[in-house]
Design a binder for this molecule. Structure first.
Ligand code: GAP
Length: 453
């Protein structure tokens, strides 16, 4: 499946992210740190909502999954046993003309000759492997023995703690261990905004099962993960499942699917769902000399469990949500003037702000007091934003750009000044349709929680 690309759309999304405080270049005032990004006030809420929903459906709402949170600094032996120290690399070439380092497998070609995308030069070095792990020194002495790594994936600490989690949680196969956390890769070419960065977050589940259950669980998790994306507002027709061909799969994997999304820069991987067999536990058992097997009480057999792994990127999911939500439409105001409305159509479940509360006028004490009271009542339950500055239309537009699905306006009807029957009601504005309805203040919490959970 191929898709068209739209660089201008991507530029508009990046620009909105900066303008509205979703995402900033890291260390921007010092010229930026390539491949690193900082999430601003709206971005951090969006990202948190993605992680919270993942944790809710993958851990809390299931009997067969428990969570953990491993250290980022990782013992060298772990990543030696997993194969990362020797083989976690990308092929790299140098351009002798402009000295840029490039991924050998992503070079553009002209008339069959590979070129530097930076200067067009054809004088490139031979490809050589470049290990993607960040290393560091632990403790005061900087020698071979003090070498440690920043983890390149969250998965390995799950494998290494398999026995401890099994013994303490007393789970029986099949069961999973889930983790959300930072991972680090010294990508040669970080690109496409937060799509490929050097510091990013993963949401990973290692689902342990009997060998004969592996292929069936692979299918199960692929379907579960597709549902997850649909439940956060990404339509099924924007997702694509790639069956990774035998030649491209890790040698130990018996089956891998890539869940891809139609980004403005093309169809790209959001998540991998891989059947990793018993490779990881076996490697760690061999290297550590500690048993990582499972004793089946019923059959009285001992064996190393097999693993199915759905591994998603938090930042890539956030980027897919941003791309999916961004919309521009022409609207006509009450004076007949047409303008472009930029609106982030986030699913209410992930929207950074769930509801904005506006007093119609900021210099009317009663309206302000009532609006503050509503804000206070909603605050313990969901993320509320209070705004009293500017014309109401402008306030709505600001929230449209932030992707806030609901707006509450406290007006003179709320105070019962125009019609006694409307006392203690407010207008509830819906971001997507811009329709407004009159609702009772007493039902607001229940009403909004039902729509945003
Ligand atoms: N434990 C398996 C694993 O780490 P992976 O395909 O290398 O597999 C899983 O990574 C997911 O992590 C990817 O599908 C992607 O969403 C995310 N990811 C990987 N590298 C990334 C990077 N440099 N920047 C942002 N996200 C990345």
């Amino acid at each position: 499946m191929t898709t068209s690309t739209d660089p201008q759309r991507m530029e508009r999304i990046v620009s909105l992210c900066k303008r509205r405080g979703f995402i900033f270049q890291s260390s921007e005032i010092y010229g930026g740190l390539n491949g690193c990004w900082d999430y601003g006030p709206l971005g951090v809420e969006l990202k948190r909502n993605v992680k919270d929903y993942w944790w809710r459906v993958m851990v809390r709402e299931r009997d067969d999954v428990v969570g953990m949170d491993g250290a980022i600094l990782t013992h060298r032996a772990v990543l030696k046993a997993s194969g990362h120290e020797d083989t976690f690399s990308d092929p790299m070439v140098d351009c002798r003309t402009c000295k840029t380092r490039l991924r050998a497998d992503q070079l553009p070609e002209k008339n069959g000759v590979k070129q530097c995308p930076n200067c067009g030069g054809k004088d490139l070095t031979e490809a050589r492997p470049f290990n993607l792990m960040f290393s560091t020194q632990m403790g005061a002495s900087a020698d071979e023995n003090s070498l440690a790594y920043l983890r390149p994936e969250t998965a390995q600490s799950i494998f290494v703690q398999f026995k401890n989690v099994l013994d303490t949680s007393r789970k029986k196969l099949p069961f999973g261990i889930a983790q959300i956390g930072k991972a680090f890769r010294n990508e040669i070419n970080p690109r496409n905004f937060i799509f490929r960065s050097r510091e990013f977050e993963q949401m990973e589940l290692e689902y342990f099962c009997r060998p004969e259950q592996g292929m069936e669980r692979l299918e199960y998790w692929k379907e579960e993960r597709l549902k997850f994306y649909e439940n956060i507002g990404i339509q099924r027709d924007k997702l694509h499942v790639l069956t990774v061909p035998d030649a491209d799969r890790a040698f130990y994997s018996k089956g891998t699917y890539d869940i891809e999304y139609e980004f403005p820069f093309g169809l790209q991987e959001l998540e991998g769902v891989a059947y990793r067999t018993d490779y990881d536990l076996k490697q760690h058992q061999e290297a550590s000399g500690k048993s990582l097997d499972y004793f089946d009480e019923e059959t009285k057999q001992r064996f190393i469990p097999h693993v199915v792994e759905p591994s998603a990127g938090v930042d890539r999911t956030v980027l897919a949500l941003l791309c999916n939500a961004y919309d521009e439409e022409t609207v006509t105001d009450e004076k007949g003037k047409s303008e472009t409305r930029i609106v982030m159509r986030f699913h209410p479940r992930v929207a950074p702000i769930k509801v904005a509360v506006f007093p119609l006028l900021k210099n009317n004490e009663q309206l302000v007091a009532r609006a503050r009271e509503i804000q206070g009542a909603l605050r313990p339950h969901l993320n509320v934003f209070y705004d009293e500055t500017g014309a109401i239309g402008r306030r709505y537009r600001r929230q449209d750009e932030a992707g806030t699905p609901f707006g509450i306006t406290v007006d003179f009807e709320t105070l019962g000044e125009k019609d006694a029957a409307l006392r203690d009601t407010v207008t509830l504005r819906h971001r997507d349709s811009m329709q407004q309805e009159r609702v009772e203040i007493s039902n607001l919490v229940e009403n909004l929680l039902a729509k945003t959970r």
